[in-house]
Design a protein around this ligand. Structure first.
Ligand SMILES: Cc1cc2nc3c(=O)[nH]c(=O)nc-3n(C[C@H](O)[C@H](O)[C@H](O)COP(=O)(O)OP(=O)(O)OC[C@H]3O[C@@H](n4cnc5c(N)ncnc54)[C@H](O)[C@@H]3O)c2cc1C
Ligand SMILES: *[C@@H]1O[C@H](CO)[C@@H](O)[C@H](O)[C@H]1NC(C)=O
Ligand SMILES: *[C@@H]1O[C@H](CO)[C@@H](O)[C@H](O)[C@H]1NC(C)=O
Ligand SMILES: *[C@@H]1O[C@H](CO)[C@@H](O)[C@H](O)[C@H]1NC(C)=O
Ligand SMILES: *[C@@H]1O[C@H](CO)[C@@H](O)[C@H](O)[C@H]1NC(C)=O
Ligand SMILES: *[C@@H]1O[C@H](CO)[C@@H](O)[C@H](O)[C@H]1NC(C)=O
Length: 613
C-alpha cells in the first residue's frame, strides 16, 4: 500500500502517551453472560456491523449482540500517523491465487481483524465517488423501485454517517481548500476533519492540473462529481486520532441492550424451514449456538461474508458440493462479482519540502516532533493526504473515451469472466458493463485517482472503475478451517487494459507537459524505454496490483436474475430473517474510496431493518 518507510519511521521514532482506552460499553467475555436469545445477532463487529448495532440499540427495547472474530485494538493503533495496517500483527493476511493475467503473481489481501474491522487499519481517506455511480446501483433494479439506492436515496445517509469539520482557516486560505457543508452532516460520532499542516510542495502539483485542458476543480469532495478536490480524513478534529467504527459506534455507547463479544469467530448461520434462526460459534473444542428472534445480520466484510454464507449452505451449488456442504439455498452469486480498485504502479519524481525531508532535515523534523508533542499539530497530523485528481475518462483521454466506450459496449462481456461462471452472474456483469460504457462518456464519473502527496509528486494512479470481476469461495479441502480462496481475476478485460494505458499516458502528460517538467521528473516505472501503446500494455501485467484494499461486491445487491445475493432491503434471496449489511452488497465499486459508502449503506440498512422493510 502507500504505506511506507515514512510511516514506519514516524511510528517508531517517538513514543506517544495516550490515555488507555476504556471501552466503556458492554463486553461479553463468557458465553454464560449471553442472553438466551437476541432480537438481532450481527456477525462481524467492523465498520458496518458496529454502525448498525449502534443504531438498532437506540431503541432500548431492542437487544443486539455483535460477534467479532478479532480482539479489541490497542489504542496506539488509532493514531493517524501510525498506519495500523503495518503495525498490527494480527490482521487477516491472505494471498490470492496466482493471477493469470498478471504474470501468475499472487497478491496480498489485508483486512482489519479487530473490533472496528477495516475502519481500524484503513488509510482514513474519505471520498464518496460520483453521484452517477450510485444511480447505476439503482438502475440495476429498474426505475420506480420502492427502495431508492440511487445518489438521491443515499445522500441523506452519507450526511448522517459522518460529522464534518471544516479545514483550519489558515490552511484553507493558503491552499484554496474549498468545501460545501451542504453535502455533510454533524450528527455522527464518526468524524471527518483535517490535518493542521500541508506541504508547500503541493503547490506545483495542483497548478499542473490547472494547465491541462478539461479538468474541473470541484467545490466539495462530497458533491458526487469528478475533478480535482480536497477531502477530509477520518479523524477527530482536536486530538487528531483515527475516528472509526470502534470509537464512533461502540466504546462510548453505553446501553444495556448492546452486547459485543470479541475473539469470537462465527462458523455459520443456522437455517430452519427456510429461515435463519441463529449462529454457530466454535468455542475451544465444542460448538455453541446463539439464537436470534428477529434477524441475523451478516457484516463480516466482502472477503468473509461469502465464506460464512457458503459454509451455511447458501451459495453456488457447485462450490458447496465440492466442499461437501449441503446446499440449502442454491444462490449462484454468493462469492462472485468480486472486485477491487487496481493500482497502476507508475512512479515519477521527488520534490521539496516533502515527507521524506523528515528523515534527512533535522530542523524540519524537530518542527514536526515539537508541534505534534505540543498540541498534535504539524506534519504528523497528516494521514494519507487530502488532495487528489479524481478524473473522468473524458479528461484522461479526450480523444479516445468515445471509442473505448464503444468497444466496451460491443464486447461479449461473459468471455472475460472466470471459467464456469453461472449465466445469471454473467448477465449481471453484462448489465454492469453496459452501465459502465455510459459512465465512460460522463464528465462526472471518476475513472482514475491521482493522489497528491508531496513526496513522489503524485502517487501511482488507481483505476477507480474496475472492469475485472473475480470470486471469493470457501476452500473445498477445508471449508471451516481454511482461508478463503481469493481470485481477483485481475486485468482480465481488454478494455480495462486500454483504459489503463490511457491513464498512464495522462500521468506522463501531467508530469512532462506542464510546469512540473521544470522540476525534472524522473520516471522509474514504467520507465523511459516503455513508449508506445503496445509497450505500455505489455508492461501492465508486471506493473498492476489488483487491489487498493477495497474488496467489494461478493454478496451483491442486484436482481436475482442478474446474479444478485440480496434485494434492495438487503435480504438474502430465498432466506427469511437474514440480511447482509456490509461492503459485500456493493454491486459496483464507486469511483471513490469505499469506507464512507459502507458507513452510508449501514445507516440505510439500520433504517430498513427498523422499519421491517
Ligand atoms: C489496508 C486498508 C486500507 C484502506 N484504506 C481505505 C481508505 O483510506 N479509505 C476508504 O474509504 N476505504 C479504505 N479501505 C476500505 C474500507 O476500510 C473498507 O471498505 C470498509 O472498512 C469495509 O467495511 P465492512 O464493514 O464491509 O468490513 P470490515 O470493516 O472489514 O468488518 C468486517 C468484520 O468482520 C469480522 N469477521 C470476519 N469474519 C468473521 C467471522 N467468521 N465471525 C465474526 N466476525 C468476523 C472481521 O474481523 C471484521 O472486524 C481500506 C481497507 C484496508 C484493509
Ligand atoms: C502461468 O502459469 C500457467 C500454468 O502454470 C502457464 O501455462 C503460463 O505460461 C504461466 N504464465 C506466465 C506468464 O508465466
Ligand atoms: C481440545 O482438543 C485438543 C485435542 O483434541 C486437546 O488437546 C485440548 O485440551 C482440548 N481443549 C479443551 C479446552 O478441551
Ligand atoms: C502548537 O505547538 C507549536 C509548537 O510549540 C506552536 O508553534 C503552535 O503555535 C501551536 N499551535 C496551536 C494551534 O496551539
Ligand atoms: C507519499 O507517497 C510515498 C510514496 O508512495 C509514501 O512512501 C509516503 O508514505 C507518502 N506520504 C504520506 C504522508 O502519505
Ligand atoms: C532516476 O531515479 C533512478 C532510481 O532512483 C536513479 O537511478 C536515477 O539516477 C535517477 N535519474 C535522474 C536523472 O535523477
Amino acid at each position: 500500500m502507500l504505506a511506507s518507510a515514512l510511516l514506519a519511521f514516524v511510528a517508531t521514532s517517538h513514543a506517544f502517551s495516550i490515555p488507555p482506552s476504556t471501552y466503556r460499553a458492554r463486553q461479553i467475555t463468557k458465553t454464560s453472560q449471553l442472553l438466551p436469545a437476541y432480537d438481532y445477532v450481527i456477525v462481524g463487529g467492523g465498520t458496518s456491523g458496529l454502525t448498525v448495532a449502534d443504531r438498532l440499540t437506540e431503541n432500548p427495547h431492542t437487544t443486539v449482540l455483535v460477534l467479532e472474530a478479532g480482539s479489541f485494538p490497542n489504542p496506539d493503533d488509532v493514531l493517524p500517523v501510525s498506519d495500523g495496517g503495518t503495525r498490527r500483527q494480527d490482521n487477516y493476511l491472505y494471498q490470492s491465487v496466482p493471477q493469470t493475467h498478471l504474470n501468475n503473481q499472487s497478491f496480498y489481501v489485508i483486512l482489519g481483524n479487530m473490533v472496528g474491522g477495516s475502519s481500524g487499519i484503513n488509510g482514513m481517506m474519505t471520498a464518496r465517488g460520483s453521484a452517477e455511480d450510485y444511480d447505476r446501483w439503482g438502475e440495476l433494479f429498474g426505475r420506480g423501485s420502492k427502495h431508492d439506492w440511487s445518489w438521491k436515496g443515499l445522500l441523506p445517509y452519507f450526511k448522517k454517517s459522518i460529522s464534518f469539520f471544516p479545514p483550519p482557516a489558515d490552511l484553507a486560505n493558503r491552499f484554496h481548500i474549498k468545501y460545501d457543508t451542504s453535502y455533510w452532516g454533524k450528527s455522527s460520532a464518526v468524524d471527518a476533519s483535517w490535518p493542521s499542516y500541508q506541504y508547500p510542495g503541493l503547490d506545483p502539483l495542483l497548478s499542473a492540473f490547472k494547465e491541462l485542458p478539461d479538468i474541473e476543480f470541484t467545490a466539495d469532495s462530497g458533491a458526487g462529481s469528478a475533478g480535482v478536490y480536497w477531502f477530509p480524513t477520518f479523524m477527530d478534529p482536536v486530538k487528531h486520532e483515527r475516528s472509526y467504527a470502534t470509537n464512533g459506534h461502540y466504546s462510548n455507547v453505553i446501553r444495556p441492550n448492546y452486547h459485543l463479544m470479541a475473539d469470537t469467530p462465527v462458523r455459520r448461520v443456522l437455517l430452519k424451514d427456510g429461515g435463519a434462526t441463529g449462529v454457530e460459534l466454535k468455542t475451544d473444542n465444542s460448538t455453541f449456538t446463539i439464537k436470534a428472534t428477529k434477524e441475523i445480520l451478516v457484516a463480516a466484510g466482502a472477503v468473509h461474508t461469502p465464506q460464512i454464507l457458503q459454509r451455511s449452505g447458501i451459495g453456488p451449488q457447485k462450490v458447496l458440493k465440492a466442499a461437501g456442504i449441503k446446499t440449502l439455498v442454491d444462490l449462484p452469486g454468493v462469492g462472485q462479482n468480486f472486485q477491487d480498485h487496481p493500482e497502476i504502479g507508475a512512479e515519477i519524481t521527488r520534490i521539496h519540502p516533502n515527507a521524506h525531508d523528515l528523515e534527512i532535515d533535522a530542523s524540519f523534523r524537530k518542527f514536526a516532533e515539537d508541534s505534534w508533542s505540543a498540541n498534535r499539530t504539524g506534519p504528523y497530523s497528516i494521514a494519507f493526504g487530502n488532495i487528489a485528481g479524481w478524473l473522468p475518462l473524458t479528461s484522461i483521454t479526450p480523444s479516445r473515451y468515445r471509442s473505448l466506450s464503444t468497444a466496451l459496449s460491443a464486447q461479449n462481456h461473459a468471455a472475460y469472466l472466470l471459467p464456469g461462471t453461472h449465466p445469471t452472474v454473467a448477465a449481471g456483469y453484462s448489465a454492469q458493463m453496459r452501465g459502465l460504457a455510459k459512465a465512460m462518456l460522463s464528465r462526472d464519473v471518476v475513472f482514475a485517482r491521482i493522489l497528491l502527496n508531496a513526496t513522489t509528486g503524485a502517487v501511482g494512479p488507481v483505476l477507480n472503475q474496475p472492469f475485472s470481476r473475480g470470486s471469493i469461495n470457501i476452500d473445498p479441502a477445508d471449508p471451516f478451517g481454511g482461508a478463503p480462496v481469493i481470485d481477483f481475476n485481475g486485468l482480465s478485460n481488454p478494455v480495462e487494459r486500454a483504459v489503463m494505458v490511457e491513464i498512464l499516458k495522462f500521468f506522463r502528460r501531467y508530469h512532462y507537459e506542464t510546469s512540473l517538467k521544470k522540476l525534472a521528473p524522473n520516471e522509474t516505472a514504467p520507465g523511459p524505454a516503455v513508449v508506445t501503446d503496445a509497450q505500455l500494455d505489455a508492461w501492465l501485467p508486471s506493473g498492476v496490483t489488483p487491489s487498493d484494499w477495497h474488496a467489494a461486491g461478493t454478496a451483491a445487491m442486484m436482481p436475482l436474475e442478474l446474479g444478485g445475493v440480496v434485494d434492495q432491503t438487503l435480504r438474502v434471496y430465498g432466506v427469511k430473517g437474514l440480511r447482509v449489511i456490509d461492503g459485500s452488497v456493493i454491486p459496483s465499486l464507486p469511483g471513490g474510496n469505499p469506507c464512507h459508502a459502507v458507513y452510508a449503506i449501514a445507516e440505510k440498512a439500520a433504517d430498513l431493518i427498523r422499519s421491517n422493510a
